[in-house]
Design a protein around this ligand. Structure first.
Ligand code: ADP
Ligand code: MG
Length: 294
């Protein structure tokens, strides 16, 4: 295509809410055959709500909410915000301030609240701290997962103390976007740090049949390069800080405009409206601009 055609293409993109970093991006957009999708905040709204708080035997529900809520108040993760907000609402008071806080990317958070060492996150986070599983909590975790919900464990002073269940909802436009990817001959793949049961449930809701779950943030980029090694030309769509490396690794990185600055900086294209259908629009636009209608 001529330089003028490329400029017209990027200009048309801007009108559609597709911000393209430079005209050269259109060529990789045209060649894409696989679309890797982050789950939380990309396929789903990422706006979670706290649905259930399940204390372990002998634990007070208010204490579970207060300690977990206080720790999560220091985190910006969508799960954390849902827990802090839900705790404040149910307790009817403000939360104590965490004395220290640490984020274990893709696993959860840890810190000190009211002099206690508190953890909130995936089972693997508790394993890292050599905290034994509690069968009743393990069962609650698996039950929530089988219903497509995200559940996290809470521990303090060396023992698991409860489960908190949050839910996220699929964006109303996601299933339509997946249909459009297929119509364009692209293979959609869901990639997430969340557990397999939740990931499978969301994938079924939007019509994705390949799921890669329980992936740590620094392994997302490696998974993308693995797909490239199979000969695929990979587009990655994401929104989080934890997606930035994978967005940079992909042949084409697309960030949700509703996402983090880190994701937007790492990507080649920003989907201003946070609507997955814009990713299909971008690919159609590139094919049209470069004159290969597939
Ligand atoms: P995704 O790939 O879907 O965007 P993340 O990589 O951000 O998910 O998180 C993966 C998993 O790690 C979550 O499903 C949750 O179990 C756990 N996790 C991450 N951050 C937190 C947190 N602040 N509080 C509790 N759990 C967390
Ligand atoms: Mg995300």
């Amino acid at each position: 295509a001529t330089p003028t055609a490329l400029l017209v293409g990027t200009g048309r993109g801007a009108q559609l809410g597709i911000l393209i970093k430079g005209p050269e991006v259109l060529e990789s957009t045209r060649r894409v055959d696989t679309v890797v999708l982050d789950k939380t905040g990309t396929v789903t709204t990422g706006r979670m709500t706290l649905l259930e708080a399940i204390p372990a035997p002998g634990v007070e529900r208010t204490e579970l909410l207060r300690l977990a809520g206080a720790l999560e108040d220091a985190s910006e993760h969508p799960i954390a915000q849902a827990i802090a907000k839900g705790a404040v609402e149910e307790l009817g008071t403000s939360l104590p301030e965490a004395e220290s806080f640490r984020n274990s990317e893709g696993k959860g958070v840890s810190g000190i609240v009211e002099g206690r060492t508190v953890l909130v996150g995936r089972p693997s986070l508790l394993e890292d701290w050599s905290i034994a599983a509690v069968p009743a909590l393990q069962a609650a975790l698996e039950d929530a997962g089988s219903r497509g919900r995200t559940a996290v464990l809470v521990a303090w002073d060396g023992a698991a103390r409860g489960v908190l269940v949050v839910a996220d909802t699929v964006k109303p436009t996601s299933a339509e976007a997946i249909r459009q990817f297929r119509a364009l001959g692209l293979t959609p793949i869901l990639l997430t740090g969340d557990n397999s049961a939740v990931a499978e449930q969301i994938a079924a809701e939007v019509g994705i049949d390949r799921v890669i779950a329980e992936v740590l943030p620094h392994d997302k980029a490696e998974l993308v390069s693995g797909l490239q090694a199979e000969g695929r030309v990979v587009a990655m769509v994401g929104d989080g800080v934890n997606d930035a490396a994978a967005l940079a690794q992909a042949d084409l990185g697309l960030a949700m405009g509703t996402g983090t600055d880190a994701a937007i900086e790492a990507a080649d294209i920003t989907l201003v409206r946070g609507d997955l259908r814009s990713a299909a629009d971008a690919i159609r636009l590139a094919r049209r601009t470069l004159g290969t209608i597939k």
